[in-house]
Design a binder for this molecule. Structure first.
Ligand SMILES: NC(=O)c1ccc[n+]([C@@H]2O[C@H](COP(=O)([O-])OP(=O)(O)OC[C@H]3O[C@@H](n4cnc5c(N)ncnc54)[C@H](OP(=O)(O)O)[C@@H]3O)[C@@H](O)[C@H]2O)c1
Length: 269
């Protein structure tokens, strides 16, 4: 098992730019979020860094993740790109640096860019390293390259409509922690009858039930929101305890609905 503990709850920042991301991160930090998820491609690292700096929250109380974009996976680019991220974020080290996507069409070997990422960690640019959107085949290559213990998480799309069971099973069997991205299926969970019914029983929202479902399986969740009331409500999901029957009912909602599926995505499991 790896020794890097990821906080169970984080704040996503995909699509949020300029003042909107500053406001979301500022409000999140005010409400008690201490784990922020950004990426080079989001084009908001500088604003995330600004919001963190202005918040007055001590750096060592925060867990900050960024992700290396596909164009920066080459040996000559990966470390310089992370240094640029750190400059934008106004910090000397991120808590977690992830490979955002496997190299498109596997143009670059997994071992090469993971070894470069491990070198970045050795240089102190990241406290921990990990992967994102890695399939079982990519995880196998990652383990062969740097060992499962070095992989702090595999951040993948997981929500009630895409439960990603093959990836989950393989990661669990190899002691790799999972982070559920788009845990609210980008807001779609709010319309689901089963989730609404369970939510009504608990006196909570469908979004909170979806987050509780992920948390209860041991996944880290990183929902995003531009609204204070949603940011606050989402954090409250840690208090919900779903019954076995409720967990089983949500398990039946799987429908292979993948929301993050760009043209360069790997061949999914
Ligand atoms: N590694 C990757 O390739 C990858 C890919 C996608 C996402 N991610 C990460 O995962 C994070 C989360 O994914 P996401 O932002 O795409 O989608 P998400 O968190 O599943 O959903 C966000 C949407 O849900 C709404 N929402 C949030 N809380 C709500 C609540 N309590 N009630 C009702 N609606 C609510 C938000 O609207 P409001 O703003 O109106 O609240 C927003 O439209 C991203 O921000 C990013 O950090 C990573």
């Amino acid at each position: 098992m790896n020794t890097h503990t990821l906080p169970a709850f984080g704040l996503g920042t995909f699509r949020l730019k300029d003042q909107q991301v500053i406001d979301s991160v500022t409000t999140g930090l005010e409400l008690g979020y201490r784990h922020i998820d950004t990426a080079q491609i989001y084009g908001n690292e500088a604003e995330v860094g600004q919001a963190i700096a202005d918040s007055g929250v001590a750096r060592d109380e925060l867990f900050v993740t960024t992700k290396v974009w596909t164009e920066n996976l080459g040996r000559d680019k990966l470390i310089p790109s992370l240094k640029e991220s750190l400059q934008k974020l106004r910090m000397e080290q991120v808590d977690l640096a992830l490979i955002h996507w496997p190299s498109p069409n596997d143009e670059l070997p997994v071992a090469d860019y993971l070894q470069a990422l491990a070198e970045a960690k050795q240089q102190g640019l990241a406290r921990a390293i990990g992967i994102s959107n890695f399939t079982v085949a990519h995880m196998q290559q990652a383990i062969a390259a740097i060992g499962a213990a070095e992989i702090a998480t595999n951040q993948v799309e997981i929500h009630p409509f895409l439960q990603n069971r093959k990836v989950v099973e393989f990661a669990r069997a190899n002691g790799i922690h999972l982070t559920a991205y788009m845990p609210l299926a980008y807001g779609k969970v709010m319309q689901d009858a089963t989730l609404l019914e369970i939510a009504a029983k608990h006196g909570v929202s469908a979004a909170q039930v979806a987050l509780a479902w992920s948390l209860q399986q041991g996944f880290t969740v990183i929902p995003s929101s531009t609204r204070r009331e949603n940011l606050a409500a989402n954090l409250e999901a840690v208090k919900i305890r779903l019954s076995d029957a409720e967990m089983s009912a949500i398990a039946t909602l799987e429908r292979g609905e993948r929301l993050a599926n760009p043209g360069f995505a790997p061949k999914w499991d």
